[in-house]
Every structure is written in C-alpha cells, then in structure tokens.
Design a protein around this ligand. Structure first.
Ligand SMILES: [Zn+2]
Ligand SMILES: [Zn+2]
Length: 374
C-alpha cells in the first residue's frame, strides 16, 4: 500500500513514496536529474553535495596599496589583514546546491602563514525536509603583486599637465596652495566614484608658477576649470601624442596652461590715466571695481579685459581704521593720517558713511584713500 506501482529507489531498491508536491512540480525541480528525483530520501542525502567548493582559492592583492583583484579589475577594500578578503573570495567561489533551503554557514579562518589561510567552513541546510551538515576546508593563498594604478604611479605615468601661471606676475602662495588643494579634491571626487586611476603623479614649483602632473586628462581639465572658476583667468590646452598604453591605445598628453588674472579682488590698482585708484571687486570677465576717490563703479573695457594697465598699490587687507575728524563738503573729508597722525583732507567717496567715527583707509604711493567698509 506504500508505493505506487513501479516506483522504487534506483539505488537501494526500496519502494519510494513520491511526495505529491514533487509530482506537481514535475521537471521544474531544477538542479536535479531524473534519477536523483527517483532516489529515496536516505540515498538522495547520501549522494547529496550541499556545497560545491574549489580545491583552492587565490586572492591577488597589491603589495603597495592593498587593492584586491576581483573579476578583471582591482578594487580598494581598505583591509588591514586579508582574512575578511579571503572569506569573501571563498564565499564568491563556492556554490550551494539549489535544492537546499535555509542554508547557513560558519567559517573559521586558520592563518597558516603570511600568505596562506585555511578556511574551515561548516554548512547546514534543509534538504527534503531533513537537516544536512557539511564541513569543508578551503586553502586560500594571498598572492602579492602590483596593481595597475601603483604600477603607473611608480612609473611616473601622467596623462595631463596643469601649469599654473599668472599674467604679469607670479602666482601667489595662496593660489598655488589652492591649486594643489583643488587637484586633491578632484582626485578624491573621482576616487569616490570608484575611479582607481585618479592620482596626482607630481607637483613641482617651477619658474613662474606650479606644474602638476595628473593621471588622466579628465582630472587635468577639471582642475584647470575649477581654478579659473575660483580665481578667474583663462585656460589654454594643447595635445601631444606621447605613447601607447598597455592595451595599445594611443595616449595623448594634454597640457592645460592656466593663466590667472593679473589682479585679484581686493587689490587697489592705480590705473594708468585719470580717475584715481580702483578697488578690484571681480576679475571674472572684464575687471570690475570701485573708484576709491569717488565711489563710482569702474569696469575695464572689452579690450582691456581683466588686465587694464596699472599697478597694484595695496590691498583691502592693508587698510587701517582711521579716525574721521570732520566732513568738509560733499567731495572732501578730514581724517587722521595713519602714519603721521596729522589731520588731512582727502577725497570723499560716495560710499563714505557720514555717521562713522572711523573708516578704513589705505595709504600708498597713490595717496591716502578711504576704502569701502566691506
Ligand atoms: Zn534508496
Ligand atoms: Zn596598488
């Protein structure tokens, strides 16, 4: 009464009571052969392999930066030791039988030496309603090499050169420091998107500025653009074919020459011609500012751009707070000369605050001038 006629285990010959569910699933019971489906539970479990593991697993790591080779690329894992990496590699390499349910596993790594870890793993799962357990040991070898990026870094590889220069002057320390900062920011941004080939090869001070060798054209372009966004000026780029990369592609090296503007916001510039010095507000596009004699706005012509002829006589930060003595009329005011402490009559710009007791002033070879309050 137990078995349907003709249903016997092909291994031990015992009659098999087919679970009705299995019939309904028919051949949909994936991952099993027809013979396996015919086996009695005892025989099925005896032949059952809960996990399929490779004989050994090799993990390639970069000896320089610790990156791990996965698939066909290098991945930064930030691992201090490689036990976790080895566990991940084993996890990836093993296969669990599709017929097993509620599979859980536990792994105990055994560090054999610096480069060998033995993974003792125990798996449990449910198969045909029975709990099964299987223990395996997988030897893992940590193979040290050099990743693509570290190979390039050590080979002084670079694909773009950013030259930081300034028109009619040397870049200031602030500008060159900021340029390096911007390069680091751009590289960090690229790294955050998973780009491993973003790095700064070399930063060097040169006559008239700073040179930065960067790993990709994209970084060079972005650094140059960000510099101009921040400081004004312009970029000239030029391309040269230098070599072929490891895959035989032509490698163009692009030079981005950044020309920072001659003047900075905050400079007080004695411009050639009449009208008195100008406090520079902006050097993006045409130079814009304010006349410190009258308070009238100033904008350089299209031809002059951000570099009208003139010379810097001081900056906004050089200004000193000076006592107002008396207002003479709408064009003149008396203030204390910050050097001689004598009362002097100077031009009264429109931004002068008639209620102010002290005003910022700049004494320069262009004279004594009241600057705007901000
Ligand atoms: Zn059997
Ligand atoms: Zn590396």
């Amino acid at each position: 009464m137990t078995a349907e006629s003709g249903t016997f285990c092909p291994r031990c010959g015992d009659p098999v009571e087919r679970p009705t569910g299995a019939d309904r699933r028919g051949t949909g019971e994936s991952g099993t052969t027809r013979r396996e489906r015919m086996l009695c539970t005892a025989c099925y479990l005896e032949e059952f392999d809960l996990v399929d593991v490779p004989d050994r697993v090799q993990v390639d790591v970069c000896a320089r930066c610790g990156a791990v080779h996965r698939g066909n690329r290098w991945v930064d894992v930030g691992a201090k030791d490689y036990t976790d990496v080895a566990v991940d590699a084993v996890t990836e390499a093993l296969g669990v039988h599709v017929q097993a349910e509620d599979v859980a596993w536990e792994v105990t790594p055994e560090q054999v030496d610096q480069t060998n870890i033995r993974m003792h793993a125990t798996f449990t799962g449910t198969v045909r309603g029975e709990e099964v357990t299987e223990s395996v040991t997988v030897p893992v070898t940590i193979a040290k090499g050099i990743c693509t990026r570290c190979g390039r870094i050590s080979g002084d590889y670079y694909a773009s050169l950013v030259q930081v220069r300034a028109d009619g002057r040397d870049p200031t320390a602030e500008e060159t420091e900021r340029a390096v900062e911007i390069a680091n920011e751009v590289v960090a941004e690229m790294e955050a998107t998973g780009d491993r080939n973003a790095f700064i090869t070399e930063v060097s001070e040169t006559r008239g500025g700073l040179d930065m060798k960067l790993s990709t054209n994209k970084i060079g372009k972005k650094v140059a653009r960000n510099l101009v966004t921040e400081f004004g000026g312009r970029v000239e780029d030029s391309e040269t074919l230098v070599t072929e990369d490891e895959d035989g592609n032509e490698v163009y090296r692009v030079t981005y020459a950044v020309h920072l503007p001659r003047y900075h916001p905050g400079d007080v510039v004695d411009l050639d011609g009449d009208g008195g010095p100008v406090l520079v507000r902006s050097v993006k596009g045409n130079l814009k500012g304010v006349r410190v004699t009258t308070g009238e706005p100033y904008e350089a012509s299209y031809e002059e751009g951000n570099a009208p002829d003139g010379r810097v006589v001081g900056t906004r930060t050089d200004a000193e707070e000076t006592t107002v003595v008396a207002i003479e009329d709408e064009n003149a005011v008396q203030i204390i000369d910050p050097e001689t402490y004598e009362s002097r009559t100077v031009a009264r710009p429109a931004y002068f605050d008639a209620d102010a007791d002290v005003v910022p002033t700049l004494k320069s070879r262009a004279g004594l001038h009241i600057l705007p309050g901000n």
